[in-house]
Design a protein around this ligand. Sequence first.
Ligand code: UT7
Length: 330
Amino acid sequence: MSPVLRQLTLTPGARILGLGSRQPERIVTNADISARGVDTTDEWIRARVGIEQRRFARADESVVDMAVDAGSKALADAGLAPSEIDAVLVATCTMPSFIPNAAGQTADRIGVHAAAAFDINAACAGFCYGLGTASDMIRAGSARHVLVIGAEKLSDWVDPMDRSTCIIFADGAGAAVVGPVEEGDRPGIGPIAAGSAGDLVDTIVISDRNSFIHQDGREVYRWAITKIAPVALRALELAGVAPADVDVLVPHQANLRIVEAIAKRIRAAGAPGDMVVADDIIHSGNTSSASIPLALDHMRAEGRVRSGDLALLVGFGAGLSYASQVVVLP
Ligand code: UT7
Protein backbone atom coordinates (compact mmCIF):
# COMPACT_ATOMS: atom_id res chain seq x y z
CA MET A 1 0.00 0.00 0.00
CA SER A 2 1.33 3.48 -0.80
CA PRO A 3 2.05 5.73 2.20
CA VAL A 4 -0.53 8.26 3.39
CA LEU A 5 0.64 11.72 2.36
CA ARG A 6 0.97 14.06 5.30
CA GLN A 7 -1.01 17.33 5.07
CA LEU A 8 0.21 20.65 6.43
CA THR A 9 -1.46 22.31 9.39
CA LEU A 10 -4.39 24.48 8.36
CA THR A 11 -4.49 28.11 9.47
CA PRO A 12 -7.88 29.63 10.43
CA GLY A 13 -7.59 32.54 8.01
CA ALA A 14 -5.45 35.25 6.40
CA ARG A 15 -5.42 39.02 6.43
CA ILE A 16 -3.63 41.96 4.82
CA LEU A 17 -0.78 43.14 7.06
CA GLY A 18 0.61 46.03 5.00
CA LEU A 19 0.23 48.03 1.80
CA GLY A 20 2.60 49.91 -0.51
CA SER A 21 2.59 51.53 -3.92
CA ARG A 22 4.78 53.12 -6.56
CA GLN A 23 3.86 55.59 -9.27
CA PRO A 24 6.23 56.94 -11.89
CA GLU A 25 7.13 60.61 -11.52
CA ARG A 26 6.04 61.71 -14.98
CA ILE A 27 2.51 63.16 -15.05
CA VAL A 28 0.69 63.15 -18.39
CA THR A 29 -2.37 65.41 -18.54
CA ASN A 30 -5.23 65.22 -21.03
CA ALA A 31 -3.90 68.43 -22.57
CA ASP A 32 -0.50 66.73 -23.06
CA ILE A 33 -2.22 63.98 -25.08
CA SER A 34 -4.18 66.32 -27.36
CA ALA A 35 -1.06 68.52 -27.73
CA ARG A 36 0.81 65.62 -29.36
CA GLY A 37 -1.82 65.43 -32.10
CA VAL A 38 -4.33 62.87 -30.75
CA ASP A 39 -7.88 63.77 -31.85
CA THR A 40 -9.34 64.19 -28.34
CA THR A 41 -10.06 66.84 -25.73
CA ASP A 42 -9.73 67.30 -21.99
CA GLU A 43 -13.53 67.77 -21.79
CA TRP A 44 -14.26 64.47 -23.60
CA ILE A 45 -11.85 62.45 -21.44
CA ARG A 46 -13.11 63.93 -18.15
CA ALA A 47 -16.77 63.45 -19.12
CA ARG A 48 -16.52 59.93 -20.63
CA VAL A 49 -13.72 58.33 -18.59
CA GLY A 50 -13.16 60.59 -15.55
CA ILE A 51 -9.39 60.82 -15.94
CA GLU A 52 -7.65 64.17 -15.36
CA GLN A 53 -4.08 62.87 -15.46
CA ARG A 54 -2.12 59.62 -15.45
CA ARG A 55 1.53 58.58 -14.89
CA PHE A 56 3.93 57.10 -17.45
CA ALA A 57 7.17 55.40 -16.48
CA ARG A 58 10.53 56.48 -17.92
CA ALA A 59 11.95 54.36 -20.75
CA ASP A 60 14.44 52.84 -18.28
CA GLU A 61 11.84 52.21 -15.54
CA SER A 62 10.48 48.66 -15.76
CA VAL A 63 7.55 46.64 -14.42
CA VAL A 64 10.00 44.97 -12.04
CA ASP A 65 11.44 48.33 -10.84
CA MET A 66 7.95 49.49 -9.87
CA ALA A 67 7.08 46.10 -8.32
CA VAL A 68 10.25 46.18 -6.18
CA ASP A 69 9.46 49.64 -4.83
CA ALA A 70 5.79 48.90 -4.07
CA GLY A 71 6.66 45.52 -2.55
CA SER A 72 9.42 46.95 -0.33
CA LYS A 73 7.05 49.62 0.99
CA ALA A 74 4.36 47.02 1.75
CA LEU A 75 6.92 44.95 3.67
CA ALA A 76 7.99 47.98 5.71
CA ASP A 77 4.33 48.82 6.36
CA ALA A 78 3.72 45.27 7.61
CA GLY A 79 6.83 45.49 9.81
CA LEU A 80 8.26 42.31 8.30
CA ALA A 81 11.78 41.47 7.11
CA PRO A 82 12.26 40.07 3.58
CA SER A 83 13.38 36.78 5.16
CA GLU A 84 9.88 36.32 6.60
CA ILE A 85 8.24 36.14 3.14
CA ASP A 86 7.64 32.65 1.72
CA ALA A 87 6.13 33.55 -1.64
CA VAL A 88 6.03 36.50 -4.04
CA LEU A 89 3.18 36.74 -6.57
CA VAL A 90 3.24 39.42 -9.25
CA ALA A 91 0.03 40.08 -11.16
CA THR A 92 0.98 41.63 -14.50
CA CYS A 93 0.10 41.49 -18.19
CA THR A 94 2.80 43.86 -19.44
CA MET A 95 6.12 42.07 -18.85
CA PRO A 96 8.38 42.53 -21.89
CA SER A 97 9.75 38.96 -21.51
CA PHE A 98 7.85 35.65 -21.51
CA ILE A 99 10.63 34.37 -19.25
CA PRO A 100 12.04 35.23 -16.80
CA ASN A 101 8.86 36.18 -14.98
CA ALA A 102 8.57 39.33 -12.85
CA ALA A 103 8.14 37.59 -9.49
CA GLY A 104 11.55 35.89 -9.25
CA GLN A 105 13.46 39.07 -10.10
CA THR A 106 11.27 41.15 -7.80
CA ALA A 107 11.77 38.73 -4.89
CA ASP A 108 15.54 38.69 -5.40
CA ARG A 109 15.85 42.48 -5.56
CA ILE A 110 13.72 42.95 -2.43
CA GLY A 111 15.96 40.46 -0.64
CA VAL A 112 13.41 37.65 -0.42
CA HIS A 113 15.67 34.72 -1.26
CA ALA A 114 14.52 31.26 -2.35
CA ALA A 115 10.85 32.19 -2.05
CA ALA A 116 8.15 30.66 -4.22
CA ALA A 117 7.73 33.17 -7.05
CA PHE A 118 5.27 33.24 -9.92
CA ASP A 119 3.36 35.69 -12.10
CA ILE A 120 -0.41 35.78 -12.51
CA ASN A 121 -1.86 37.00 -15.78
CA ALA A 122 -5.52 37.76 -15.24
CA ALA A 123 -5.07 41.31 -16.59
CA CYS A 124 -7.04 43.88 -14.56
CA ALA A 125 -8.43 41.15 -12.26
CA GLY A 126 -4.90 39.91 -11.43
CA PHE A 127 -4.50 41.52 -8.00
CA CYS A 128 -7.74 39.98 -6.69
CA TYR A 129 -6.66 36.57 -8.04
CA GLY A 130 -3.29 37.07 -6.32
CA LEU A 131 -4.91 37.99 -3.03
CA GLY A 132 -7.18 34.93 -3.22
CA THR A 133 -4.25 32.64 -4.04
CA ALA A 134 -2.18 34.10 -1.18
CA SER A 135 -5.04 33.64 1.28
CA ASP A 136 -5.56 30.04 0.17
CA MET A 137 -1.81 29.26 0.41
CA ILE A 138 -1.71 30.62 3.94
CA ARG A 139 -4.90 28.85 5.03
CA ALA A 140 -3.59 25.56 3.60
CA GLY A 141 -0.28 25.95 5.43
CA SER A 142 1.93 26.14 2.31
CA ALA A 143 3.12 29.68 3.11
CA ARG A 144 3.08 31.93 6.18
CA HIS A 145 3.59 35.35 4.58
CA VAL A 146 2.94 36.14 0.92
CA LEU A 147 3.78 39.37 -0.93
CA VAL A 148 1.17 40.12 -3.63
CA ILE A 149 2.00 42.84 -6.16
CA GLY A 150 0.10 44.27 -9.13
CA ALA A 151 2.55 46.01 -11.50
CA GLU A 152 2.03 47.31 -15.02
CA LYS A 153 3.79 49.38 -17.65
CA LEU A 154 0.93 49.76 -20.10
CA SER A 155 2.55 52.74 -21.80
CA ASP A 156 4.87 50.23 -23.56
CA TRP A 157 1.85 48.51 -25.17
CA VAL A 158 -0.34 51.46 -26.13
CA ASP A 159 -0.34 53.07 -29.57
CA PRO A 160 0.32 56.70 -28.54
CA MET A 161 -2.01 57.90 -31.35
CA ASP A 162 -4.92 55.48 -30.70
CA ARG A 163 -7.47 57.64 -28.89
CA SER A 164 -9.52 54.66 -27.74
CA THR A 165 -6.65 53.37 -25.56
CA CYS A 166 -3.93 56.02 -25.11
CA ILE A 167 -6.20 58.21 -22.99
CA ILE A 168 -7.02 55.42 -20.53
CA PHE A 169 -4.05 53.23 -19.74
CA ALA A 170 -1.18 54.13 -17.41
CA ASP A 171 1.71 52.75 -15.33
CA GLY A 172 2.19 51.92 -11.65
CA ALA A 173 2.39 49.23 -8.98
CA GLY A 174 0.62 48.41 -5.73
CA ALA A 175 1.34 45.70 -3.19
CA ALA A 176 -0.05 43.92 -0.14
CA VAL A 177 1.60 41.64 2.41
CA VAL A 178 -0.72 38.81 3.43
CA GLY A 179 -0.23 36.78 6.60
CA PRO A 180 -2.07 34.38 8.92
CA VAL A 181 -4.53 35.23 11.68
CA GLU A 182 -3.96 33.52 14.99
CA GLU A 183 -6.37 30.96 16.43
CA GLY A 184 -9.44 32.83 17.70
CA ASP A 185 -8.75 35.97 15.58
CA ARG A 186 -11.14 37.06 12.84
CA PRO A 187 -10.09 36.33 9.23
CA GLY A 188 -9.43 39.45 7.14
CA ILE A 189 -9.87 38.07 3.61
CA GLY A 190 -13.16 36.52 2.48
CA PRO A 191 -13.59 33.77 -0.14
CA ILE A 192 -13.01 34.76 -3.75
CA ALA A 193 -15.89 35.08 -6.22
CA ALA A 194 -14.21 34.60 -9.58
CA GLY A 195 -15.00 33.68 -13.13
CA SER A 196 -14.47 34.42 -16.79
CA ALA A 197 -16.29 35.23 -20.02
CA GLY A 198 -14.10 33.57 -22.64
CA ASP A 199 -16.71 34.22 -25.30
CA LEU A 200 -15.66 37.90 -25.13
CA VAL A 201 -11.95 37.07 -25.47
CA ASP A 202 -11.52 39.28 -28.56
CA THR A 203 -12.68 42.47 -26.84
CA ILE A 204 -9.28 43.29 -25.24
CA VAL A 205 -6.18 41.89 -26.92
CA ILE A 206 -2.41 42.29 -27.13
CA SER A 207 -1.87 39.56 -29.71
CA ASP A 208 1.95 39.33 -29.71
CA ARG A 209 5.17 41.08 -28.66
CA ASN A 210 5.01 43.47 -31.62
CA SER A 211 1.38 44.53 -31.17
CA PHE A 212 -0.36 47.34 -29.37
CA ILE A 213 -3.37 46.82 -27.11
CA HIS A 214 -6.72 46.79 -28.94
CA GLN A 215 -10.02 47.12 -27.13
CA ASP A 216 -13.68 47.12 -28.10
CA GLY A 217 -14.40 49.74 -25.46
CA ARG A 218 -18.17 49.85 -25.94
CA GLU A 219 -18.57 46.07 -25.61
CA VAL A 220 -16.36 45.91 -22.48
CA TYR A 221 -18.20 48.89 -21.00
CA ARG A 222 -21.61 47.20 -21.49
CA TRP A 223 -20.31 43.96 -19.98
CA ALA A 224 -18.71 45.70 -16.99
CA ILE A 225 -21.75 47.76 -16.00
CA THR A 226 -24.09 44.73 -16.14
CA LYS A 227 -22.01 41.71 -15.03
CA ILE A 228 -19.58 42.97 -12.39
CA ALA A 229 -21.80 44.25 -9.56
CA PRO A 230 -23.40 40.76 -9.20
CA VAL A 231 -19.88 39.28 -8.81
CA ALA A 232 -19.15 41.73 -5.98
CA LEU A 233 -22.50 40.92 -4.33
CA ARG A 234 -21.61 37.21 -4.59
CA ALA A 235 -18.30 37.91 -2.76
CA LEU A 236 -20.31 39.56 0.05
CA GLU A 237 -22.60 36.54 0.21
CA LEU A 238 -19.66 34.10 0.31
CA ALA A 239 -18.09 36.09 3.17
CA GLY A 240 -21.41 36.24 5.05
CA VAL A 241 -21.35 40.04 4.97
CA ALA A 242 -24.38 42.27 4.32
CA PRO A 243 -24.06 45.15 1.82
CA ALA A 244 -24.90 47.47 4.75
CA ASP A 245 -21.58 46.49 6.40
CA VAL A 246 -19.38 47.66 3.51
CA ASP A 247 -17.30 50.73 4.38
CA VAL A 248 -15.29 50.98 1.16
CA LEU A 249 -15.87 49.86 -2.44
CA VAL A 250 -12.76 49.45 -4.60
CA PRO A 251 -13.60 48.39 -8.15
CA HIS A 252 -10.83 48.14 -10.75
CA GLN A 253 -10.26 51.70 -11.93
CA ALA A 254 -11.28 51.10 -15.56
CA ASN A 255 -13.49 54.13 -16.17
CA LEU A 256 -15.10 56.40 -13.55
CA ARG A 257 -18.52 55.83 -15.15
CA ILE A 258 -18.11 52.06 -14.70
CA VAL A 259 -17.01 52.58 -11.06
CA GLU A 260 -20.09 54.75 -10.42
CA ALA A 261 -22.43 52.25 -12.13
CA ILE A 262 -21.10 49.43 -9.92
CA ALA A 263 -21.39 51.61 -6.80
CA LYS A 264 -25.01 52.44 -7.67
CA ARG A 265 -25.90 48.72 -7.85
CA ILE A 266 -24.10 47.92 -4.57
CA ARG A 267 -25.92 50.80 -2.85
CA ALA A 268 -29.24 49.64 -4.33
CA ALA A 269 -28.52 46.26 -2.70
CA GLY A 270 -28.25 47.96 0.70
CA ALA A 271 -24.75 49.44 0.99
CA PRO A 272 -24.61 52.70 2.99
CA GLY A 273 -25.06 55.97 1.14
CA ASP A 274 -21.80 57.22 2.65
CA MET A 275 -19.81 54.13 1.53
CA VAL A 276 -16.41 55.39 0.31
CA VAL A 277 -15.95 54.61 -3.40
CA ALA A 278 -12.45 54.54 -4.91
CA ASP A 279 -11.97 57.16 -7.63
CA ASP A 280 -8.20 56.94 -7.97
CA ILE A 281 -8.57 56.76 -11.77
CA ILE A 282 -8.98 60.56 -11.77
CA HIS A 283 -5.29 61.07 -11.00
CA SER A 284 -3.76 57.66 -11.81
CA GLY A 285 -5.54 56.48 -14.98
CA ASN A 286 -6.27 52.79 -15.59
CA THR A 287 -3.27 50.80 -14.36
CA SER A 288 -4.82 47.34 -14.84
CA SER A 289 -3.70 44.92 -12.08
CA ALA A 290 -2.13 47.78 -10.09
CA SER A 291 -5.29 49.89 -9.86
CA ILE A 292 -6.89 48.28 -6.78
CA PRO A 293 -3.83 48.27 -4.47
CA LEU A 294 -2.84 51.74 -5.73
CA ALA A 295 -6.30 53.05 -4.89
CA LEU A 296 -6.22 51.42 -1.44
CA ASP A 297 -2.81 52.85 -0.60
CA HIS A 298 -3.76 56.33 -1.85
CA MET A 299 -7.10 56.38 0.02
CA ARG A 300 -5.30 55.39 3.20
CA ALA A 301 -2.69 58.13 2.75
CA GLU A 302 -5.50 60.66 2.16
CA GLY A 303 -7.25 59.52 5.37
CA ARG A 304 -10.37 58.41 3.47
CA VAL A 305 -10.19 54.85 4.88
CA ARG A 306 -9.16 53.52 8.27
CA SER A 307 -7.63 50.39 9.69
CA GLY A 308 -10.39 47.84 10.33
CA ASP A 309 -12.66 49.14 7.54
CA LEU A 310 -14.43 46.47 5.50
CA ALA A 311 -13.51 46.88 1.83
CA LEU A 312 -15.17 45.18 -1.14
CA LEU A 313 -12.67 44.67 -3.98
CA VAL A 314 -13.63 43.72 -7.52
CA GLY A 315 -11.27 43.34 -10.47
CA PHE A 316 -12.30 42.77 -14.10
CA GLY A 317 -10.77 43.03 -17.54
CA ALA A 318 -9.11 41.18 -20.40
CA GLY A 319 -9.81 37.48 -20.70
CA LEU A 320 -12.41 38.48 -19.88
CA SER A 321 -11.62 37.62 -16.24
CA TYR A 322 -13.09 38.84 -12.99
CA ALA A 323 -12.59 38.29 -9.26
CA SER A 324 -13.88 39.84 -6.05
CA GLN A 325 -13.43 39.47 -2.31
CA VAL A 326 -14.11 41.28 0.96
CA VAL A 327 -11.05 42.35 2.99
CA VAL A 328 -10.45 44.04 6.32
CA LEU A 329 -8.04 46.95 5.80
CA PRO A 330 -4.74 46.86 7.75
O1 UT7 B 1 -9.38 47.95 -17.85
C1 UT7 B 1 -9.77 46.94 -18.72
C2 UT7 B 1 -11.20 46.97 -19.01
N1 UT7 B 1 -11.48 48.09 -19.88
C3 UT7 B 1 -12.55 48.82 -19.70
O2 UT7 B 1 -13.29 48.57 -18.77
C4 UT7 B 1 -12.84 49.90 -20.70
C5 UT7 B 1 -14.32 49.98 -20.96
N2 UT7 B 1 -14.68 50.96 -21.98
C6 UT7 B 1 -14.59 52.30 -21.78
O3 UT7 B 1 -14.13 52.75 -20.73
C7 UT7 B 1 -15.16 53.20 -22.83
O4 UT7 B 1 -15.87 52.44 -23.77
C8 UT7 B 1 -14.09 54.04 -23.59
C9 UT7 B 1 -13.50 55.06 -22.64
C10 UT7 B 1 -13.01 53.17 -24.17
C11 UT7 B 1 -14.76 54.81 -24.74
O5 UT7 B 1 -15.81 55.63 -24.21
P1 UT7 B 1 -17.27 55.52 -24.82
O6 UT7 B 1 -18.08 56.50 -24.08
O7 UT7 B 1 -17.71 54.07 -24.76
O8 UT7 B 1 -17.04 55.98 -26.29
P2 UT7 B 1 -17.43 55.21 -27.65
O9 UT7 B 1 -16.34 54.23 -27.99
O10 UT7 B 1 -18.83 54.73 -27.57
O11 UT7 B 1 -17.36 56.39 -28.67
C12 UT7 B 1 -18.31 57.49 -28.65
C13 UT7 B 1 -17.82 58.57 -29.59
C14 UT7 B 1 -17.41 58.00 -30.96
O12 UT7 B 1 -17.72 58.97 -31.93
P3 UT7 B 1 -19.03 58.82 -32.83
O13 UT7 B 1 -18.86 57.52 -33.55
O14 UT7 B 1 -20.19 58.81 -31.87
O15 UT7 B 1 -18.98 60.03 -33.69
C15 UT7 B 1 -15.92 57.88 -30.83
O16 UT7 B 1 -15.28 57.94 -32.08
O17 UT7 B 1 -16.65 59.18 -29.05
C16 UT7 B 1 -15.58 59.07 -29.98
N3 UT7 B 1 -14.35 58.91 -29.23
C17 UT7 B 1 -13.61 59.92 -28.79
N4 UT7 B 1 -13.76 61.26 -28.93
C18 UT7 B 1 -12.83 62.03 -28.36
C19 UT7 B 1 -13.79 57.73 -28.82
N5 UT7 B 1 -12.67 58.00 -28.13
C20 UT7 B 1 -12.54 59.35 -28.10
C21 UT7 B 1 -11.59 60.22 -27.54
N6 UT7 B 1 -11.77 61.54 -27.69
N7 UT7 B 1 -10.52 59.77 -26.84
